[in-house]
Design a protein. Structure first.
Length: 346
Protein backbone atom coordinates (compact mmCIF):
# COMPACT_ATOMS: atom_id res chain seq x y z
CA UNK A 1 0.00 0.00 0.00
CA UNK A 2 2.75 2.46 0.95
CA UNK A 3 4.62 1.96 -2.32
CA UNK A 4 1.43 2.29 -4.37
CA UNK A 5 0.55 5.55 -2.63
CA UNK A 6 4.08 6.81 -3.14
CA UNK A 7 3.88 6.08 -6.89
CA UNK A 8 0.68 8.13 -7.13
CA UNK A 9 2.23 11.06 -5.30
CA UNK A 10 5.44 10.88 -7.31
CA UNK A 11 3.34 11.44 -10.42
CA UNK A 12 1.87 14.51 -8.77
CA UNK A 13 5.13 16.15 -7.86
CA UNK A 14 6.11 16.28 -11.53
CA UNK A 15 3.81 19.25 -12.06
CA UNK A 16 0.96 19.57 -9.57
CA UNK A 17 2.43 20.08 -6.05
CA UNK A 18 5.89 20.34 -4.48
CA UNK A 19 5.91 17.32 -2.19
CA UNK A 20 4.49 15.86 0.97
CA UNK A 21 4.51 13.21 3.63
CA UNK A 22 1.92 10.55 4.41
CA UNK A 23 1.12 7.75 6.81
CA UNK A 24 -1.08 4.68 6.69
CA UNK A 25 -2.48 3.35 9.97
CA UNK A 26 -3.38 -0.34 9.80
CA UNK A 27 -3.10 -3.44 11.98
CA UNK A 28 -2.22 -1.28 14.97
CA UNK A 29 0.86 0.20 13.34
CA UNK A 30 1.87 3.43 11.62
CA UNK A 31 3.83 3.34 8.36
CA UNK A 32 5.02 6.61 6.80
CA UNK A 33 6.91 7.89 3.77
CA UNK A 34 7.48 11.15 1.89
CA UNK A 35 8.02 12.50 -1.61
CA UNK A 36 9.26 15.56 -3.41
CA UNK A 37 10.31 18.96 -2.22
CA UNK A 38 9.97 20.93 0.99
CA UNK A 39 10.17 24.12 -1.09
CA UNK A 40 10.44 25.09 -4.73
CA UNK A 41 10.97 28.81 -4.23
CA UNK A 42 13.04 30.86 -3.78
CA UNK A 43 15.31 27.79 -4.11
CA UNK A 44 14.47 24.07 -4.41
CA UNK A 45 14.90 22.12 -1.14
CA UNK A 46 14.31 18.36 -1.02
CA UNK A 47 12.08 16.80 1.62
CA UNK A 48 13.82 14.75 4.30
CA UNK A 49 10.67 13.29 5.90
CA UNK A 50 10.66 15.33 9.11
CA UNK A 51 9.19 18.55 7.72
CA UNK A 52 6.43 20.29 9.65
CA UNK A 53 3.38 21.35 7.64
CA UNK A 54 0.70 23.98 8.04
CA UNK A 55 -2.28 21.63 8.33
CA UNK A 56 -4.87 24.41 7.83
CA UNK A 57 -8.40 23.18 8.57
CA UNK A 58 -7.22 19.87 10.01
CA UNK A 59 -6.87 22.18 13.02
CA UNK A 60 -10.64 22.04 13.30
CA UNK A 61 -10.83 18.29 13.95
CA UNK A 62 -7.49 17.54 15.59
CA UNK A 63 -7.51 20.41 18.06
CA UNK A 64 -10.76 22.40 18.30
CA UNK A 65 -13.24 19.54 17.96
CA UNK A 66 -11.28 17.43 20.45
CA UNK A 67 -11.09 20.26 23.00
CA UNK A 68 -14.82 20.96 22.68
CA UNK A 69 -15.58 17.30 23.39
CA UNK A 70 -13.19 17.30 26.33
CA UNK A 71 -15.30 20.13 27.77
CA UNK A 72 -18.46 18.12 27.04
CA UNK A 73 -17.03 15.03 28.74
CA UNK A 74 -16.17 17.08 31.84
CA UNK A 75 -19.65 18.63 31.95
CA UNK A 76 -18.58 22.19 31.16
CA UNK A 77 -20.48 22.20 27.87
CA UNK A 78 -23.18 20.19 26.13
CA UNK A 79 -24.08 19.97 22.47
CA UNK A 80 -27.11 22.09 23.33
CA UNK A 81 -25.12 24.90 24.98
CA UNK A 82 -26.04 28.24 23.43
CA UNK A 83 -23.11 30.16 21.98
CA UNK A 84 -24.43 33.41 23.44
CA UNK A 85 -24.34 31.92 26.95
CA UNK A 86 -20.53 31.82 26.70
CA UNK A 87 -19.83 34.63 24.22
CA UNK A 88 -22.19 37.49 25.05
CA UNK A 89 -21.17 39.49 21.95
CA UNK A 90 -22.54 36.76 19.70
CA UNK A 91 -25.79 38.17 18.25
CA UNK A 92 -28.04 35.13 17.84
CA UNK A 93 -29.89 33.53 20.74
CA UNK A 94 -30.55 30.08 19.30
CA UNK A 95 -27.18 28.93 17.90
CA UNK A 96 -25.77 25.92 19.75
CA UNK A 97 -22.46 24.08 19.93
CA UNK A 98 -24.10 21.35 17.84
CA UNK A 99 -25.03 23.80 15.07
CA UNK A 100 -21.43 24.98 14.74
CA UNK A 101 -19.95 21.48 14.82
CA UNK A 102 -22.12 20.28 11.92
CA UNK A 103 -21.66 23.50 9.91
CA UNK A 104 -25.39 24.14 9.77
CA UNK A 105 -25.73 27.25 11.95
CA UNK A 106 -26.85 29.65 9.25
CA UNK A 107 -23.53 31.50 9.36
CA UNK A 108 -21.70 32.27 6.16
CA UNK A 109 -18.52 30.48 5.23
CA UNK A 110 -15.94 33.21 5.56
CA UNK A 111 -15.01 36.84 6.10
CA UNK A 112 -14.66 38.89 2.95
CA UNK A 113 -11.30 40.53 2.25
CA UNK A 114 -9.70 38.62 5.11
CA UNK A 115 -6.26 39.52 3.77
CA UNK A 116 -6.81 43.10 4.97
CA UNK A 117 -7.36 42.11 8.62
CA UNK A 118 -4.58 43.37 10.87
CA UNK A 119 -5.25 41.85 14.30
CA UNK A 120 -7.49 39.66 16.43
CA UNK A 121 -9.85 42.50 17.36
CA UNK A 122 -10.56 43.20 13.70
CA UNK A 123 -11.30 39.51 13.08
CA UNK A 124 -13.63 39.24 16.06
CA UNK A 125 -15.46 42.41 15.08
CA UNK A 126 -16.23 40.82 11.71
CA UNK A 127 -17.17 37.50 13.35
CA UNK A 128 -19.68 39.09 15.72
CA UNK A 129 -21.13 41.21 12.92
CA UNK A 130 -21.70 38.19 10.66
CA UNK A 131 -25.24 37.74 9.45
CA UNK A 132 -26.96 34.44 8.99
CA UNK A 133 -27.57 33.64 5.35
CA UNK A 134 -29.90 30.61 5.64
CA UNK A 135 -32.20 29.08 8.24
CA UNK A 136 -30.16 26.90 10.58
CA UNK A 137 -30.44 23.18 9.98
CA UNK A 138 -31.58 23.59 6.37
CA UNK A 139 -28.18 23.56 4.65
CA UNK A 140 -24.58 22.65 5.32
CA UNK A 141 -22.26 25.61 4.73
CA UNK A 142 -18.71 24.85 5.83
CA UNK A 143 -17.86 27.82 8.02
CA UNK A 144 -14.56 29.09 9.36
CA UNK A 145 -16.57 31.62 11.35
CA UNK A 146 -18.28 28.83 13.28
CA UNK A 147 -14.96 27.29 14.32
CA UNK A 148 -13.46 30.67 15.22
CA UNK A 149 -16.35 30.90 17.69
CA UNK A 150 -15.64 27.40 19.03
CA UNK A 151 -11.99 28.37 19.56
CA UNK A 152 -13.10 31.45 21.50
CA UNK A 153 -15.35 29.29 23.66
CA UNK A 154 -12.42 27.00 24.51
CA UNK A 155 -10.26 29.98 25.45
CA UNK A 156 -13.05 31.61 27.46
CA UNK A 157 -13.74 28.52 29.56
CA UNK A 158 -10.08 27.64 30.10
CA UNK A 159 -9.00 31.27 30.49
CA UNK A 160 -5.87 30.63 28.44
CA UNK A 161 -4.89 30.59 24.74
CA UNK A 162 -5.93 27.62 22.64
CA UNK A 163 -2.33 26.55 21.95
CA UNK A 164 -1.63 26.02 25.66
CA UNK A 165 -4.90 24.14 26.15
CA UNK A 166 -4.22 21.87 23.17
CA UNK A 167 -0.65 21.23 24.30
CA UNK A 168 -1.69 20.00 27.73
CA UNK A 169 -4.95 18.27 26.75
CA UNK A 170 -3.99 16.62 23.44
CA UNK A 171 -0.42 16.88 22.18
CA UNK A 172 1.46 15.93 25.35
CA UNK A 173 -0.79 12.97 26.29
CA UNK A 174 -0.64 11.57 22.74
CA UNK A 175 3.11 12.27 22.40
CA UNK A 176 2.52 14.50 19.38
CA UNK A 177 5.90 16.11 19.95
CA UNK A 178 6.13 18.01 16.65
CA UNK A 179 2.63 19.47 16.75
CA UNK A 180 2.06 23.07 17.82
CA UNK A 181 0.69 26.47 16.86
CA UNK A 182 4.15 28.04 17.11
CA UNK A 183 6.64 25.88 15.23
CA UNK A 184 10.27 26.60 14.52
CA UNK A 185 9.95 28.16 11.07
CA UNK A 186 13.12 26.58 9.67
CA UNK A 187 11.56 23.12 10.16
CA UNK A 188 8.42 24.06 8.21
CA UNK A 189 7.50 23.61 4.57
CA UNK A 190 6.62 27.05 3.16
CA UNK A 191 3.21 27.70 1.70
CA UNK A 192 2.08 30.61 -0.44
CA UNK A 193 3.92 33.77 -1.38
CA UNK A 194 1.74 36.42 0.23
CA UNK A 195 1.79 39.94 -1.14
CA UNK A 196 -0.66 42.40 0.40
CA UNK A 197 -0.83 45.27 2.87
CA UNK A 198 -0.47 42.93 5.87
CA UNK A 199 2.44 40.69 4.81
CA UNK A 200 4.85 40.27 1.93
CA UNK A 201 6.91 37.12 1.49
CA UNK A 202 6.74 33.33 1.65
CA UNK A 203 4.77 32.04 4.62
CA UNK A 204 7.05 29.59 6.43
CA UNK A 205 6.13 28.64 9.98
CA UNK A 206 3.43 31.31 9.90
CA UNK A 207 -0.14 30.27 9.24
CA UNK A 208 -1.41 30.55 5.67
CA UNK A 209 -5.01 31.41 6.57
CA UNK A 210 -5.39 35.19 6.72
CA UNK A 211 -7.88 35.26 9.60
CA UNK A 212 -5.74 33.03 11.77
CA UNK A 213 -2.65 35.05 10.76
CA UNK A 214 -4.34 38.22 12.05
CA UNK A 215 -5.15 36.36 15.29
CA UNK A 216 -1.49 35.49 15.83
CA UNK A 217 -2.01 31.95 14.58
CA UNK A 218 -4.16 31.04 17.60
CA UNK A 219 -7.59 30.26 16.21
CA UNK A 220 -10.18 27.52 16.21
CA UNK A 221 -10.34 27.08 12.46
CA UNK A 222 -6.66 27.08 11.39
CA UNK A 223 -3.19 27.63 12.82
CA UNK A 224 -1.93 24.17 13.70
CA UNK A 225 1.38 22.81 12.38
CA UNK A 226 2.18 19.11 12.47
CA UNK A 227 3.71 16.07 10.80
CA UNK A 228 1.93 13.13 9.21
CA UNK A 229 3.36 10.84 11.88
CA UNK A 230 1.98 12.96 14.72
CA UNK A 231 -1.48 13.01 13.16
CA UNK A 232 -1.20 9.25 12.66
CA UNK A 233 -0.59 8.95 16.42
CA UNK A 234 -3.82 10.88 16.97
CA UNK A 235 -5.70 8.42 14.73
CA UNK A 236 -4.07 5.28 16.14
CA UNK A 237 -5.03 6.33 19.66
CA UNK A 238 -8.66 6.30 18.51
CA UNK A 239 -8.33 2.69 17.39
CA UNK A 240 -6.46 1.56 20.51
CA UNK A 241 -8.92 3.21 22.93
CA UNK A 242 -5.99 5.24 24.25
CA UNK A 243 -7.24 8.59 23.04
CA UNK A 244 -7.79 11.70 25.15
CA UNK A 245 -11.49 11.24 24.35
CA UNK A 246 -13.54 8.29 25.56
CA UNK A 247 -14.46 5.39 23.32
CA UNK A 248 -18.10 6.43 23.60
CA UNK A 249 -17.29 9.91 22.31
CA UNK A 250 -15.23 8.54 19.43
CA UNK A 251 -18.13 6.33 18.38
CA UNK A 252 -20.39 9.39 18.50
CA UNK A 253 -17.97 11.30 16.26
CA UNK A 254 -18.44 8.61 13.60
CA UNK A 255 -22.22 9.07 13.35
CA UNK A 256 -23.80 11.03 10.50
CA UNK A 257 -25.62 14.06 11.90
CA UNK A 258 -26.93 15.79 8.79
CA UNK A 259 -27.38 15.05 5.10
CA UNK A 260 -28.25 18.15 3.16
CA UNK A 261 -26.92 20.48 0.48
CA UNK A 262 -24.85 23.62 0.40
CA UNK A 263 -26.29 26.83 -1.04
CA UNK A 264 -25.50 25.59 -4.57
CA UNK A 265 -27.37 22.27 -4.15
CA UNK A 266 -24.20 20.20 -3.83
CA UNK A 267 -24.79 17.22 -1.50
CA UNK A 268 -23.08 17.53 1.88
CA UNK A 269 -22.89 15.13 4.80
CA UNK A 270 -21.45 15.94 8.22
CA UNK A 271 -20.62 14.21 11.45
CA UNK A 272 -19.67 16.19 14.58
CA UNK A 273 -16.73 18.26 13.39
CA UNK A 274 -15.82 15.80 10.67
CA UNK A 275 -16.98 15.42 7.09
CA UNK A 276 -18.77 12.29 5.87
CA UNK A 277 -18.50 11.12 2.25
CA UNK A 278 -21.37 12.65 0.29
CA UNK A 279 -23.35 10.85 -2.43
CA UNK A 280 -20.84 12.20 -4.98
CA UNK A 281 -17.65 11.31 -3.10
CA UNK A 282 -15.38 8.46 -4.19
CA UNK A 283 -15.82 6.89 -0.72
CA UNK A 284 -19.63 7.13 -0.75
CA UNK A 285 -20.19 3.36 -0.41
CA UNK A 286 -18.26 3.42 2.89
CA UNK A 287 -20.02 6.42 4.38
CA UNK A 288 -21.13 4.60 7.55
CA UNK A 289 -17.54 3.66 8.34
CA UNK A 290 -15.66 6.84 7.52
CA UNK A 291 -14.98 10.30 8.89
CA UNK A 292 -12.58 12.62 7.12
CA UNK A 293 -11.40 16.20 6.68
CA UNK A 294 -9.30 18.36 4.39
CA UNK A 295 -7.12 21.43 4.77
CA UNK A 296 -6.75 24.28 2.29
CA UNK A 297 -2.96 24.00 2.10
CA UNK A 298 -3.32 20.52 0.55
CA UNK A 299 -3.79 18.20 3.55
CA UNK A 300 -6.34 15.49 4.22
CA UNK A 301 -7.09 12.68 6.63
CA UNK A 302 -9.43 9.69 6.58
CA UNK A 303 -10.43 7.52 9.55
CA UNK A 304 -12.27 4.21 9.21
CA UNK A 305 -13.16 3.09 12.73
CA UNK A 306 -14.81 -0.15 11.66
CA UNK A 307 -11.74 -1.37 9.76
CA UNK A 308 -9.22 0.28 12.10
CA UNK A 309 -7.66 1.99 9.11
CA UNK A 310 -6.47 5.57 8.77
CA UNK A 311 -4.65 7.74 6.29
CA UNK A 312 -3.11 11.20 6.48
CA UNK A 313 -1.43 13.21 3.73
CA UNK A 314 0.25 16.55 4.38
CA UNK A 315 1.36 18.71 1.47
CA UNK A 316 2.06 22.36 0.76
CA UNK A 317 0.15 22.28 -2.53
CA UNK A 318 -0.49 26.04 -2.32
CA UNK A 319 3.26 26.72 -2.70
CA UNK A 320 4.06 29.11 -4.32
CA UNK A 321 0.46 30.19 -4.97
CA UNK A 322 -2.96 28.74 -4.29
CA UNK A 323 -4.04 28.71 -7.94
CA UNK A 324 -1.50 25.95 -8.58
CA UNK A 325 -3.08 23.58 -6.03
CA UNK A 326 -4.00 20.45 -7.99
CA UNK A 327 -3.86 17.85 -5.23
CA UNK A 328 -7.50 16.81 -5.42
CA UNK A 329 -7.43 14.06 -8.04
CA UNK A 330 -4.51 12.35 -6.33
CA UNK A 331 -6.52 12.05 -3.12
CA UNK A 332 -9.25 10.17 -4.97
CA UNK A 333 -6.68 7.89 -6.59
CA UNK A 334 -5.29 7.04 -3.15
CA UNK A 335 -8.76 6.43 -1.74
CA UNK A 336 -9.41 3.97 -4.58
CA UNK A 337 -6.48 1.90 -3.30
CA UNK A 338 -8.22 1.60 0.07
CA UNK A 339 -11.52 0.75 -1.62
CA UNK A 340 -9.82 -2.01 -3.58
CA UNK A 341 -8.33 -3.39 -0.36
CA UNK A 342 -11.68 -3.28 1.45
CA UNK A 343 -13.47 -4.93 -1.49
CA UNK A 344 -10.95 -7.77 -1.38
CA UNK A 345 -11.63 -8.23 2.34
CA UNK A 346 -15.36 -8.85 1.81
Amino acid sequence: MIQEIKKILEKGIQSDFPGGQFCVIQHGTITCDYVGYKALYPDPVMNQGQEIYDVASLTKVISTNTLIFKLIETGQLTLKTKIKSVLDKYPFEDTTIYDLLIHSSGLKADIQRANTLQNKNEVLEKVFQSNRIYEKGTHVVYSDIGFILLGLIIETIHQKPIDLVAQSEIFQPLKMDKTSYKPNSIDCAPTEYRDDTVYKGYLQGRVHDEKSFAMGGLAGHAGLFSTAEDIAKFILAMFNDQHVLSGKTIQLLNETQIDSTDLYDNPKSRALGFEKPSSQHVLKDYKKEIIMHTGFTGCNLMINLKRQTGFVLLTNAVHPKRELNRIFGYRDEIYRLFIKQWEEQK
